[in-house]
Write a protein that binds this ligand. Structure first.
Ligand SMILES: [Zn+2]
Length: 264
């Protein structure tokens, strides 16, 4: 028994070491801080900001967002999109924070956030570099209360020479697809930028065989949605994703002490 236990421990330590090499402390801190900032934000925000043009401050913001969008040829639907490991980990952590086995199922809610991208002249035409957790909740169309988090993200995205290339949200345990409401939200993003994409994640599909998300765009004329192929930039083995997320669990739960993990 002793032997088995120490054997298990050494396997665990080896896994931990391997994951640590991959995920830097800075990224864990960033995820921790952004999830903290998002805690008070309800999911209504983003779609409300984009729909409520009558609110002049929101309208100014929309104009500013529009002005920041790059002008480039319309992406062909079959052109690939790439996504960073960082964005994947942020989105998955955010989704799991509000729908995990530690929360009773009737309390699970969806999360919503922004995707920050950059354009390539070659290879995948659009690269999703980062993701910004914006809110969580079950109603998508409520009043806008406070959007300082949105403005903060927008300014940060601009400062990093990225632009808002779409949005993400979660479907905890009910698959990756676009509802009618989702197509409505997506339409607003595509009006901001033609090539805007929607990433839908179901964290319960992250099982070692799937990344648990798909990327979509919609045909606004017939209201049909379709998935867009993508590749992952950086090294991320689908098989190890559940392990990595499990390792990040304390961060997802909001335990700052865990950030000391490097000092061993
Ligand atoms: Zn949805």
């Amino acid at each position: 028994m002793e032997n088995k236990k120490s054997n298990e421990d050494s396997i665990k330590n080896a896994i931990k070491k391997r994951i640590k090499e991959k995920i830097k402390k800075e990224l864990l801190e960033e995820i921790y801080n952004e999830l903290k900032l998002e805690e008070n934000e309800l999911a209504e925000e983003i779609s409300s900001i984009i729909s409520k043009k009558e609110k002049s401050s929101a309208a100014d913001l929309i104009n500013e967002i529009k002005a920041e969008q790059p002008i480039f040829e319309k992406l062909e639907d079959d052109k690939t999109v790439s996504i960073s490991v960082k964005a994947i980990l942020k989105i998955a952590s955010h989704a799991l924070k509000y729908a995990s086995s530690k929360i009773s199922r009737d309390k699970w809610v969806e999360v919503i956030g922004l995707l920050a991208g950059k354009q390539y002249d070659y290879g995948p035409k659009l690269h999703i570099e980062d993701a910004y957790p914006m809110g969580h909740g079950s109603a998508v169309y409520a009043e806008i209360k406070d959007y300082k988090n949105f403005v903060r993200a927008f300014n940060d995205i601009k400062a990093k020479n990225l632009f808002i290339c779409g949005w993400y949200h979660s479907h905890p345990s009910y698959g990756t697809w676009m509802s009618d409401e989702d197509i409505g939200t997506q339409a607003r993003y595509q009006k901001l930028w033609d090539n805007a994409i929607a990433l839908v994640i179901d964290p319960y599909q992250i099982d070692g065989t799937s990344l648990g998300f798909q990327i979509f765009r919609a045909n606004l004329k017939n209201k049909k949605w379709f998935s867009i192929p993508f590749s992952v930039e950086g090294s991320l083995d689908v098989k190890s994703l559940p392990e990595i997320l499990e390792f990040m669990d304390p961060i997802i739960e909001g335990k700052a002490a865990y950030l000391e993990y490097d000092e061993d």
